[in-house]
Design a protein around this ligand. Structure first.
Ligand code: NAI
Length: 265
């Protein structure tokens, strides 16, 4: 259900839209943007999740609306500008965060598996960006943030589709930054490493971070120099600067938020 956020005066308030805001990193980014003064449209294909995030923001005194949105549904994405204009009037900040994981050994991988991941992680982000392009351009200080992954520039077993989707997101960030620079829209990406969210959770509720292999490789052997996964709020802190008007000269960049993992051998 679309619950309207109070539209702010264009001079004092910025409006943000976050995809996948119903859980994990997207929820943390939406809440951080709201704390920084943005009115936030929390979108997710999980309507209850988006509603819950928006409710938390409002309970904390912020301004938020929720909107069910499956970014892989072209017809739903096409209605986005109309709904957003009705609710807020403009969008200054777009965070393309929604994504799906899924490890599948390449020997058993089907094209349906590959397309399902690309459809959300790559095509969904492009579709939402294109739909909101006129509004981001009109902002005068628009910001786009793509949530990629360090798997966008490092290989991993059983991750062909996911890694390809994130690699594409990394380079489209650079392309879009070139295309939108004349309109004052700055486009960047985050590349998280391991983050403690439902995406990292097994069916029984435990996480990969509690396993012996994670403890041995990433903690004891310091494959992550900071020796732990990130909390979603730590990723959100990195997002804040890139999305803010204080960022006036960083565009086309990918910031790894990985506890130093990609800094090491
Ligand atoms: P999560 O599973 O907690 O949240 C993902 C959210 O995206 C969910 O609320 C889900 O309903 C939504 N979503 C999925 N498909 C959607 C669609 N078609 N349309 C709209 N919403 C959709 O996962 P997490 O960890 O918060 O992931 C957020 C982003 O961060 C993803 O793009 C993921 O690839 C990326 N990431 C996560 C890492 C991690 O370790 N958790 C590491 C690196 C990147």
């Amino acid at each position: 259900m679309y619950a309207s956020a109070s539209a702010g005066s264009r001079s004092e308030q910025r409006n943000a839209l976050v995809t996948g805001a119903g859980s994990g990193i997207g929820a943390a980014i939406a809440e951080a943007l709201a704390r920084s003064g943005c009115a936030v449209v929390c979108t997710d294909r999980n309507e209850a999740g988006a509603d819950a995030t928006a409710a938390r923001i409002r309970a904390a005194g912020g301004s938020a609306a929720s909107l069910p949105l499956d970014i892989a549904d072209d017809s739903a994405v096409a209605t986005l500008p109309e709904k957003v204009v009705a609710g807020l009037g403009a969008i200054d900040v777009l965070v393309n965060n929604a994504g799906v994981g899924g490890e599948v050994p390449t020997s058993g991988l089907t094209m349906a598996d590959v397309r399902a991941v690309l459809r959300v992680n790559l095509e969904g982000a492009v579709a939402v960006t294109l739909a909101l392009l006129p509004q981001l351009r009109a902002s005068g200080s628009g910001r786009v943030l793509n949530v990629a992954s360090i798997q966008g520039f490092r290989g991993a077993r059983d991750s062909l589709a996911y890694g390809a989707s994130k690699g594409a997101l990394v380079n489209l960030t650079r392309d879009l930054a070139c295309d939108l620079a004349d309109d004052g829209v700055l486009v960047n990406a985050l590349a998280p490493g391991f983050v403690n969210t439902p995406m990292a959770r097994y069916a029984d509720g435990t996480t990969e971070y509690e396993t012996d292999w994670f403890r041995t490789i990433y903690v004891e052997n310091a494959r992550i120099p900071l020796r732990r996964p990130a909390e979603p709020e730590e990723v959100a802190e990195a997002a804040l600067f890139l999305c803010s008007p204080a960022n006036t000269y960083v565009t086309g960049q990918v910031l790894a938020v990985d506890g130093g993992m990609t800094a090491t051998f």
